[in-house]
Design a protein around this ligand. Structure first.
Ligand code: GAP
Length: 438
C-alpha cells in the first residue's frame, strides 16, 4: 500500500478524519473530523493565531459573518471572475475542470467533451422564506472580503497605523468541479488568512517579509524545506485581483501541489469597494497627513491542507522490537511536532490489578488539568505503546508494581523510545518542560 492509502486508512481507523454521512452512503467528498482530528486541527489553528495575531503588535483578529451583502461579491469581482473552465463528457456526462481531465477518463470512456464554459464556484442560496433575486446570498469563497469591507471601521476603532494586518480563521465554501485526494480539495474547508495593509511603494518589501514568515510557520509544522516548492504564478494564471502570487507547494503523497498562497492584491479590493459602496475607504493619518488607499499583502493558509501536510510529513515506519505477542517488527509513528499532537500524554498501568489502577486513574485525572490525556489499560504494554505511536502521543507513562513503594513512574519518549523513571510529584513539571522544549 502506498503512503497515501496507509495515511487515509490510519485517519479513518483511529478516528482522525472519516467520510461524513456514511450511514446514508456518504456525500461526495465530505469529511468529518473525529476527536483526534479536531484536536490536531484546533492545535494548528491556535498555534497560527498565536504566531500571527497574539504575539504581534501590528495585527488584530476578527470573526465576520459568512453571509455578506451580495454587492460585496460584485465589487470584489468574484461574481464575474471566480470561475473554473468546465467541460461535460457527451458520453458519460461527467463534468471536468478543463485543465484536470483525468487520464483514466480519456482512456476508459473516451467520450467527446463539450465546449468549455465558465462555471462560478460560489454557492448560492436564499436568505429568509421568500425566494427571489432580492434574497440571493453567497457562501463566502474566501475570508478576505470582510477585512476589506470592515477596513475603515477597524482602523478607526483600534487607532491602527499602516502597516497593520487583520486576520481571520473560518469556513470557506467553493462548489469545486473536481474534488478528491482526501481532504486536499473539498467543497467546504477551513481557511486562515490575513490582509496586511501597507504603503503602496513598500509592497515588495512586505511581500518578501511575509514569504519568510510563512516559511518559518511551515517549519514549525514539522515540514522540511525540501518537501516544499515556491511556485511563482505567471501573468495570466493569477487570480483576478493579484499583482503577484507565489504558491507554496507541498510534496503530498500524490504529488507537488499548493499548500498556501501569498499574493499582492494591490489596492484592487479597497478601490472597488469604494466604487461600489460610494464610501471613502482611504486610510487617513492625522499626525502625518497621509491619505491614501493602502496596498494589501495577503498570506493565505488552508487549514485542512495544513492538517494533511502535518500528517503526511509526520508519518513514518520504523524497525521496532517485536511485541510480546511476537507481532510485526515495524512500528508506525506519527512524529507530529509535540505542541500539535492531539494527545500529549497516555497513562498506561502495567496491570489491571489494584493498587495500580487507582493510582493510574489518579495520575490521569491530575494531568488532565494541564494536558490532553488518554487512559488505556487494555492489552499488552507493547501493543499499547504501538497504539500511542500511531496517533503521535509524545509521552507514555507506565505505572507498575513498584510505583506504590517508591512513588515513581516511567516516562517513555515516542521518538527515541527511551524510558526514564521519575517521581510522581515532579511529573507535571517534567512533562511541561519536555513539551515546551519541542
Ligand atoms: N483569499 C485568497 C484565497 O482564497 P486561494 O489560493 O484561492 O486564495 C487559499 O485559497 C487557500 O485555501 C489555498 O492556498 C489552499 O490552502 C486552500 N484551499 C483552496 N481551495 C481549497 C479546497 N477546495 N479545499 C481545501 N482547501 C482549499
Amino acid at each position: 500500500m502506498i503512503v497515501f492509502d496507509k495515511l487515509v486508512s490510519l485517519c479513518k481507523r483511529r478516528g482522525f478524519i472519516f467520510s461524513g454521512s456514511s450511514i446514508y452512503g456518504g456525500l461526495a467528498n465530505s469529511f468529518d473530523y473525529g476527536f483526534l482530528g479536531v484536536e490536531l486541527k484546533n492545535n494548528i489553528k491556535q498555534a497560527w493565531w498565536k504566531k500571527f495575531v497574539q504575539t504581534r503588535d501590528d495585527m488584530i483578529g476578527i470573526d465576520a459573518a459568512i453571509f455578506m451583502n451580495p454587492k460585496v461579491w460584485e465589487a470584489s469581482g468574484h461574481l464575474q471572475n471566480f470561475t473554473d473552465p468546465l467541460a461535460d463528457c457527451k458520453k458519460c456526462h461527467e463534468r471536468f475542470r478543463q485543465d484536470l481531465v483525468p487520464i483514466e477518463h480519456s482512456t476508459t470512456c473516451g467520450g467527446e467533451l463539450t465546449d468549455v464554459r465558465n462555471f462560478n464556484l460560489m454557492f448560492k442560496t436564499t436568505l429568509g422564506p421568500v425566494e427571489g433575486e432580492g434574497s440571493v446570498v453567497y457562501l463566502r469563497p474566501e475570508l478576505a472580503q470582510a477585512m476589506f469591507v470592515d477596513f475603515k471601521e477597524l482602523y478607526e476603532t483600534y487607532r491602527l497605523s499602516v502597516p497593520f494586518g487583520v486576520a481571520q480563521i473560518g469556513k470557506a465554501f467553493r462548489n469545486e468541479i473536481t474534488t478528491g485526494n482526501f481532504i486536499f480539495r473539498t467543497r467546504e474547508f477551513d481557511l486562515a488568512e490575513f490582509e496586511y495593509f501597507v504603503e503602496p511603494d513598500k509592497w515588495e518589501h512586505w511581500f518578501n517579509y511575509w514569504l519568510k514568515e510563512m516559511e518559518d510557520w511551515i517549519a514549525e509544522l514539522g515540514i522540511k524545506k525540501d518537501e516544499t516548492y515556491l511556485h511563482e504564478i505567471p501573468d495570466g494564471d493569477r487570480a483576478h485581483y493579484s499583482k503577484r502570487t507565489i504558491d507554496i507547494e507541498y510534496q503530498y503523497p500524490f504529488g507537488m501541489k499548493e499548500l498556501y498562497g501569498l499574493a499582492c492584491r494591490s489596492d484592487f479590493d479597497l478601490k472597488n469597494h469604494e466604487k461600489y459602496s460610494g464610501k471613502d475607504l482611504k486610510y487617513k493619518n492625522l499626525s502625518t497627513g497621509a491619505n491614501f488607499l493602502p496596498y494589501v499583502i495577503e498570506p493565505t493558509f488552508g487549514i485542512d491542507r495544513s492538517v494533511f501536510a502535518v500528517l503526511a510529513s509526520a508519518y513514518s515506519e520504523e524497525e521496532a522490537p517485536t511485541t510480546e505477542e511476537g507481532e510485526s517488527d515495524t512500528r508506525v509513528v506519527l512524529k507530529i511536532p509535540k505542541h500539535l499532537a492531539p494527545i500529549k500524554v497516555a497513562i498506561l498501568p502495567l496491570s489491571k490489578k489494584q493498587p495500580l489502577i487507582d493510582s493510574a486513574k489518579d495520575i490521569a485525572s491530575e494531568l488532565r488539568k494541564h494536558f490532553t490525556v488518554l487512559y488505556d489499560e487494555t492489552q499488552s504494554i507493547g501493543r499499547r505503546y504501538r497504539r500511542q505511536d500511531e496517533i503521535g502521543t509524545p509521552y507514555c507513562i507506565t505505572i507498575d508494581f513498584e510505583t506504590s513503594n517508591d512513588g515513581c513512574i516511567t516516562v517513555r519518549d515516542r521518538d527515541t523510545m527511551r524510558q526514564e523513571r521519575k517521581n510522581i510529584t515532579e511529573l507535571k513539571d517534567y512533562l511541561q518542560y519536555l513539551l515546551n522544549q519541542a
